[in-house]
Every structure is written in C-alpha cells, then in structure tokens.
Ligand binder design. Structure first.
Ligand SMILES: Nc1ncnc2c1ncn2[C@@H]1O[C@H](COP(=O)(O)OP(=O)(O)O)[C@@H](O)[C@H]1O
Ligand SMILES: [Mg+2]
Length: 398
C-alpha cells in the first residue's frame, strides 16, 4: 500500500516524511527523486507503483508556478488526491496555492510531528472527496442503466468512446451489456466492432421483435468481448424509417433485459438522439479540444437544459486532448460552466484500434488513452464504489 507520493530531491525532507509516517500513519511513501515536475497528472502517476496515492507532496525544490499549474489539472482530473506544496510559506502564495487546488502548504524545514499532522489532515480530505465521487449505486429492481454518448459535432469520438465503454462494461456485466448504434443513417458501430450483422436496428423496432424481448434478443449480434450489439441499417434511407418513439420503446425493452445499454448517436440533436436522451439514465457528452467543439457542446447543453432532457447523471469527456492545442481543461470548464470528468488524450493507438475494428479496451492496453477510457468505465461500475469504500481502489492499468 502506498498512500503517499513525494516529488523531491531533498533527502533530508524525504527522511522526515518517512519518520512521520512510521510514527503513526498507515501506508507507505514512494519518492520520485526529481525537482522537474511532470507536465500532467498522467505523467506523474505513471511513476506510481501499485495503488493510487491519496496524498502527493510536491517539493521541496520544485518550481512553484509549475506545481500550481499541475495542481490545477489534478484538481479537475483527480480531485480525490490531496496535493501538498512544500515550500517557504508566504500569505500571497498560500492564497494562490489554495485557488489552484493545493490542499496545504508545508515548510521544508517542518519536523516529523508537524508533517504527520498535516498528512493526516490531507488523508481525511482525500477520503471524504473519494466518498463524494463514488459512482451511482446500482439501479434498484429491474431495469439497467441506459447510457447515451452524444456530441454536437461529428468526428469527435462518439463511436470510439461508445464502443470502448461497451467493451469495458462487458467486463463488469458479461453478456448483460448491449451497444446500440443510433447513428441511424451513417452508423459505424459494425465497423468499430468488426461485425457483419445479420439483423439491424430496423428489424429490432419492427414486427415481432417490438412485441417480444426474446425475439429482439435473437436480432442482436454477439461480440467476442461478451457484449451484444445492435447495428445501424446498411442504407441511410432505411434508417430514416426509425422514429423517436421506436427508439424509446426499444431502449425500455433492452433495459429490462440488460444491465447496461450503451448508445452511440449521430452528431447533433436529431429526433433519434433526443429520444435516446429522453430514455437515458446517464449521458456522456463529448467534445474535442478546440473552440468550435466546446462552444457547440455548450449550446447543446443549454438547449437540452431548456428541454429538460439532461439525464439524471451527466459526464463530460474531452477527447483527443492535446497539450499543444492552445486550450486547457480549465478553459473548457469555464466555457461549459461544468467540470470535465475524464480527459482522453489523442493517441495513435486509438485510431489504429478503430481502423482494426478492435476497441482499445478489448485487450489490456496500457496506452494513456486506454487508461482514461477505463476511468470512464469505472464511473459506471457500482463495484468500484464498494472497492473504494473498502479502500481497495486500484489504478487501472498500473
Ligand atoms: N483519442 C483519440 N486519439 C486519436 N484518434 C481518435 C481518438 N478518438 C477518436 N479518434 C479517431 O477520430 C476519428 C473519429 O472518431 P469517431 O469515434 O468515429 O467519431 P464520431 O463517432 O464522433 O464521429 C476516428 O478515426 C477515430 O479513430
Ligand atoms: Mg460515429
């Protein structure tokens, strides 16, 4: 168990932290002997062996401006981790540190007793934040969760995220997860999963399938990741015949049989997507790291708010994130007026996996994008909530 992670080259301070912990705190400390801070949380956490740390101490010796920048991103991406800045304390700095999401500032010369008290406080803060971040409880009684993946624009990664989400949830609920392609005209779930479906959405919403869930199940395609898929029709004209009412009925039928119904959607707010959002218990809103995409999502959220069509649980995901885009996660949150839940980096492995027709989460990929996608999956896994409650939370992929 490693609850504390320290970034410093100051061996004296390192020693005192170890004394503080051995003098009465459960867990252990791991040190990264560096004064140059990694640029992102993902890069820093890459150095962590085993469990996710609860408290990260930055310094002594690190650059304060870099530490504050990093802390601000941690605050968004990993609010459950408490960050402590170790540097000479002055009131101005303390204020900007707190604003950046730093939990506490500690003098480099602090003795082990002072360090222990502060670390204990940081652990309590981390524990209470973890409790607040628990995924929603499993639905009671019959009826699975219905997850809609949407974005105002195309090419943002809806199909990629929906396919990976379904494959990831297939591990949580094998043979009880279904991916539905509601991009009725140009859907490409079949390509993303390398399926050649015998039946499609049109068969599922017409005839006997619409009356009988058992018939409906026979129209689904089985995928090797222990999930089912319902693919879009092969011609756009066929897709046009599927109404919003058809979709709401279909989703209710599927939710009575499956623990997770994941929907990929067409860009924008067409009839089918509005129907999907009406029936959804959870929505994953996607945007890229560019101004038109973020502005588009803000408009979509505004419209859905007015229509009262924002599902009970809402996750915002930034895809194809890139440090050199000129936009930061904080900029995006400021425009959206809402926190970003998961940031998926741009990755060649994603593009390759989609071209191959094998979603990244189908194997144990350690690619940073796979790790981010697993974090998204965890948001919908009630067992993670139990694990977190019992303090067994492990970082995916490490
Ligand atoms: N994180 C990522 N890194 C790199 N390429 C990505 C990423 N996410 C999606 N892509 C690629 O972007 C393209 C569009 O993705 P797709 O999921 O089809 O978008 P949408 O369904 O929103 O139109 C695909 O070629 C896909 O492989
Ligand atoms: Mg798509």
């Amino acid at each position: 168990m490693s609850r504390f992670f320290l970034v410093t080259d100051d061996t004296g301070f390192d020693q005192r932290v170890r004394q503080a912990i051995s003098g009465g705190l459960p867990g252990s400390v791991q040190t990264l002997r560096e004064v140059r801070l990694p640029a992102t949380p993902a890069e820093l956490l890459h150095h962590v062996a085993g469990e996710m740390p609860e408290v990260i101490l930055l310094g002594p010796g690190v650059r304060v401006d870099e530490a504050l920048q990093l802390a601000a991103v941690f605050d968004v991406q990993h609010p459950e981790i408490s960050l402590v800045l170790v540097c000479a304390v002055d009131p101005d700095l303390a204020l900007s540190a707190l604003r950046a999401g730093i939990r506490d500032v500690l003098e480099p010369a602090a003795d082990p007793d002072t360090i222990r008290v502060l670390l204990e406080r940081a652990c309590h803060a981390s524990a209470s934040r973890r409790r607040n971040l628990l995924p929603p409880a499993a639905p009671e009684g019959p009826g699975g969760r219905i997850l809609a993946v949407t974005s105002p624009k195309g090419g943002v990664g809806k199909t990629t995220v929906a396919a990976n989400l379904a494959v990831g949830l297939g591990r949580v609920a094998p043979m009880s997860t279904v991916l539905v392609d509601l991009d009725v005209q140009f859907g490409d779930v079949a390509t993303a999963l390398r399926l050649d479906p015998e039946h499609t959405l049109v068969d599922a919403v017409t005839g006997a399938a619409a009356q009988d869930p058992m018939v409906l199940k026979a129209f689904l395609s089985v995928h090797p990741a222990s999930i089912y898929a319902l693919c879009a029709p092969s011609s756009p004209a066929e897709g046009d015949r599927i109404s919003g009412e058809n979709i709401v009925h279909l989703l209710k039928q599927l939710a009575s049989e499956f623990q997770y119904v994941v929907m990929d959607t067409a860009p924008g707010l067409g009839e089918q997507t509005l129907a999907a959002l009406e029936a959804a218990t959870d929505a994953v809103f996607l945007c890229g790291m560019d101004v038109p995409s973020v502005r588009g999502l803000r408009k979509e959220l505004e419209v859905l708010g007015q229509l009262q069509l924002v599902p009970e649980t809402r996750r915002i995901v930034v895809n194809t994130a890139d440090r050199h885009s000129g936009l930061s996660v904080q900029d995006i949150e400021a425009v959206l007026g809402a926190p970003v839940d998961v940031v998926i980096p741009r990755s060649r492995a994603v593009a390759y996996s989609m071209n191959k027709g094998e979603p990244l989460l189908q194997d144990g990929s350690r690619d940073p994008a796979a790790k981010a996608l697993r974090r998204l999956v965890e948001r919908f896994d009630p067992a993670r909530a139990d694990q977190q409650r019992r303090g067994l939370h492990r970082r995916a992929g490490l």
